[in-house]
Design a protein around this ligand. Structure first.
Ligand code: SAM
Length: 203
């Protein structure tokens, strides 16, 4: 039964994304997260980590218009997106990324979003560990240096034994930390989203 529900959910969001011209059904995850946590308010600069094929960029533009500056980063290319969009093709696990981002932004970001994932191995502990490594790199090399004080960070995480540790760690840096799973995320997927609001800048 749950397989049937998941397949149907996948089909519904897939068909909707085709109709509404989003590059993937992932767009609805971001839109649903924002509906609940309102992190797209009062923002003018966004970094979208692991942005390919670009549906989160499109989703932000659908709410904020095309003038908002979005810097997308991915190890894979994306087809250009009209508007104030910059793209950096780079591996986020390389510390060199910090040097690459600086010259591309006029100021620090109000919001950093991250939807990174690699091909899963099927070995659940390994997949969780790899995912955590991506989050750690995103946080060290991009969020810490480029998020404004009081800015927000939204990231995909995999459900695993260390969710409480992640929460504890992020609570050192943000006033508000929650885990959530949007409706558009399949029940069979281990992904969840970490919502961190109001960055406490520790110099
Ligand atoms: C689920 S997709 C992101 C979908 C995107 N949010 C959208 O709405 O179109 C995950 C992305 O993570 C990227 N990725 C995985 N590991 C990466 C790494 N080490 N550096 C940069 N990008 C990476 C993949 O290339 C892939 O495009």
């Amino acid at each position: 039964m749950s397989n049937w529900i998941n397949k149907r959910k996948k089909d519904i969001y897939y068909r909707r994304s085709k109709r509404e011209k989003y590059r993937s059904r992932a767009a609805y995850k971001l839109l649903q997260l924002n509906q609940k946590y309102k992190f797209l308010r009062n923002i003018s600069i966004v970094i979208d980590i692991c942005c390919a094929p670009g549906s989160w960029i499109q989703a932000i533009q659908s709410i904020k218009g095309k003038n908002i500056l979005i810097l997308g980063i991915d190890i894979n290319d994306i087809r250009p997106i009209p508007g104030n969009v910059k793209f950096l093709k780079f591996n986020i696990t390389s510390p060199e990324i910090t040097k690459k981002i600086g010259p591309l932004l006029p100021n620090k970001a109000d919001l950093i979003i991250s939807d990174c994932s690699m091909h899963t191995s099927g070995i659940s502990n390994l997949d969780v560990e790899r995912q955590n490594y991506l989050i750690k790199c995103a946080f060290e090399y991009i969020v810490k240096p480029f998020l404004k004080k009081d800015g927000h960070f939204i990231s995909k995480v995999f459900q695993g034994s260390n969710i409480n540790n992640i929460k504890k760690e992020f609570k050192l840096y943000f006033k508000f930390v929650r885990f959530t799973k949007p409706k558009a995320s399949l029940d069979t997927s281990r992904e969840m989203y970490l919502i961190c609001k109001n960055f406490i800048k520790i110099e």
